[in-house]
Write a protein that binds this ligand. Structure first.
Ligand SMILES: [Mg+2]
Length: 228
């Protein structure tokens, strides 16, 4: 991949652990509301509420907390107590205070690529929360630019490419989500390396395989170096 000038990394579940914290919080949420509905119905209600709210709140913990409260109102049939609301808010704040756990090999990869490529973070989520995570991760020193996008779609990747003053084929995106990190990048003419993570939010999954000569799939982030 000699033509690559910029290597962009997704953050959540690519550089550091994220989705397991959502799973842990969801489990605590279902436990809080135990007895009001079946687990299946609660899961369905929460997911539906989250997806309905994405256009309004975007991605991230704050929107997730509002969605939990809203879903809880419906799950409890309007009998949600102030105490339960308070507990949901505590769950959300705990997520915002979780430690940053880097995934294996991340720092080695960044060290190796630094100086040879322009390194960028391209992530979505709450601006403040992602800034906090980057700061705590101690990885900021490796990055030339951090792009926090409201949605990882074709238009926003094109904006990033223009901002970086490169051609689409000079961008390589590394990430765990086919939907957010791979497909839109391939659509606009860039290259992608998919590093699947063992847990994926259902909203990030796609039910077809992706084959493209500009895409490679690896098992761990360290293997990215084979291509660069
Ligand atoms: Mg991710």
């Amino acid at each position: 991949m000699k033509h690559i000038k910029v290597v962009a990394f997704d953050a959540d579940d690519t550089l550091w652990v994220n989705e397991p914290y959502f799973r842990k919080t969801e489990e605590a949420f279902y436990k809080l509301l135990e007895g009001y509905a079946s687990l299946h119905d609660m899961e369905r209600e929460l997911l539906k509420t989250e997806l309905d709210n994405i256009p309004l709140y975007g991605y991230g913990v704050k929107g997730f907390v509002l969605s939990m409260i809203e879903a809880a109102m419906r799950i409890t049939n309007g009998t949600l107590t102030q105490e339960t609301i308070a507990q949901i808010i505590v769950l959300g704040k705990a997520m915002l205070n979780e430690p940053i756990e880097l995934l294996d090999g991340v720092e080695d990869v960044l060290k190796n690529l630094q100086g040879r490529y322009k390194l960028v973070v391209a992530t979505k989520g709450d601006l403040l929360d992602q800034e906090r995570k980057l700061r705590k991760s101690d990885l900021t020193k490796y990055f030339h630019h951090v792009e926090i996008m409201s949605e990882k779609d074709d238009a926003n990747y094109l904006k990033l490419i223009r901002h970086l003053d490169i051609q689409p084929q000079e961008l390589l995106m590394v990430g765990n989500s086919l939907k957010s990190d791979v497909l839109p990048v391939l659509n606009v003419g860039g290259y992608a390396i998919h590093v699947p993570y063992h847990i994926t939010w259902v909203h990030e999954t796609i039910n077809h395989t992706v084959e493209n000569k500009r895409l490679a799939t690896v098992e761990s982030i360290g293997e990215v170096l084979k291509f660069l």
